[in-house]
Ligand binder design. Structure first.
Ligand SMILES: NC(=O)c1ccc[n+]([C@@H]2O[C@H](COP(=O)([O-])OP(=O)(O)OC[C@H]3O[C@@H](n4cnc5c(N)ncnc54)[C@H](OP(=O)(O)O)[C@@H]3O)[C@@H](O)[C@H]2O)c1
Length: 288
């Protein structure tokens, strides 16, 4: 399995398994199957409300802890030095693990610096292997790096053929921070799975559009987190190492960039309002 070395020295699988929008029963079954298929990185979050299911599937698999790379995330309501520490310990408890390989600040809101100090302390105590952020754009990353001691290992970002973020990736590379692609299929939006450019490239290689979308990110050095509840798709999404897109094909895919978020814009006031509305009244609103 192809891995990438983080700035902590740890090796992280280039292809992980995401469990967003999976109810606990579906999640436990899907993670069990994903581990059977060969995935070793599982990406969950406290806000997905399925950490216990992930933990149950891990225990049932019998795979040794050292072979796995488990990520979770702290959500907005738990930002701050004390609250973030407590949230991490709750995540560990739910997962039934005694450390995580990676723990991320899910969104760039709330007391980011207090939260970061809590994460740094957990790393120093040996209870957490690596720390990072998600949905931090270049300005937030630069500001964060100026004011902390341990630099993020990861910035998990919306990254797919319709939102390619080349400038932001260049900055992350300069800072030694590894990007990681969430929604590598844009959840199928904009007809990604039937896009004619991607379909023609897929046909030329005897692969699927999904495999081409993943392969394109991998070839630009970006690890990916495809999500599927279907075993055949888990197999398909994992089998992306044994073919190579040509430079011309990479250039064709570059033309698909719409250069703006397709799913979530952390700078949009409407999104910020939606998240705080959800936290203030989760019964009336839903979080995506
Ligand atoms: N940090 C963040 O803010 C953030 C935000 C969003 C997501 N994430 C992470 O990134 C992971 C992936 O993102 P995502 O779940 O939003 O979307 P995604 O992986 O881009 O797309 C998932 C969708 O694609 C379908 N699919 C998967 N493989 C397919 C294939 N080979 N052919 C056709 N359809 C396929 C899935 O359907 P089926 O399930 O029915 O197969 C599902 O509807 C998440 O699970 C989560 O771990 C993080």
């Amino acid at each position: 399995m192809q891995t990438i070395q983080l700035n902590t020295g740890a090796e992280m699988p280039m292809v992980g398994f995401g469990v967003f929008q999976m109810a606990p029963d579906v999640c436990e079954r899907a993670v069990s199957e994903a581990l059977e298929v060969g995935y070793r990185l599982i990406d969950t979050a406290s806000s997905y409300k399925n950490e216990a299911a992930v933990g149950a599937a891990i225990r049932r698999s019998g795979i040794s802890r050292e072979e796995l790379f488990v990520t979770s995330k702290v959500f907005v309501e738990d930002m701050g030095e004390r609250k973030t520490r407590d949230a991490y310990l709750r995540s560990l408890d739910a997962l039934g693990l005694d450390y995580l390989d990676l723990y991320l600040i899910h969104m760039p809101y709330g007391d980011v610096f207090g939260a970061w100090r809590a994460l740094e302390a957990l790393v120093r105590e040996g209870r957490l292997r690596a720390i990072g952020v998600s949905n931090f754009q270049s300005d937030r990353i630069l500001d964060l790096c100026q004011n902390i001691e341990i630099r993020p290992a990861i910035d998990q970002l919306e990254l797919h053929p319709f939102y390619q973020r080349a400038d932001e990736l260049a900055l992350l590379s300069e800072l030694g921070i590894c990007p990681q692609a969430w929604a590598p299929f844009a959840e199928g939006l904009n007809g990604l799975f039937t896009n004619p450019v991607l379909a023609a490239i897929a046909a030329a290689h005897g692969k699927s559009v999904a495999q081409v979308a993943l392969r394109w990110n991998l070839q630009r050095g970006v690890p990916v987190l495809p999500k599927s509840t279907h075993r055949n798709r888990m197999v398909e999404n994992f089998a992306v190492q044994a073919f190579t897109l040509t430079e011309a094909e990479m250039a064709q895919i570059a033309t698909l960039d719409l250069a703006r978020p397709q799913m979530f814009d952390p700078r949009s006031p409407a999104e910020v309002r939606r998240i705080y509305d959800y936290l203030n009244n989760p019964v009336l609103t839903t979080l995506q």
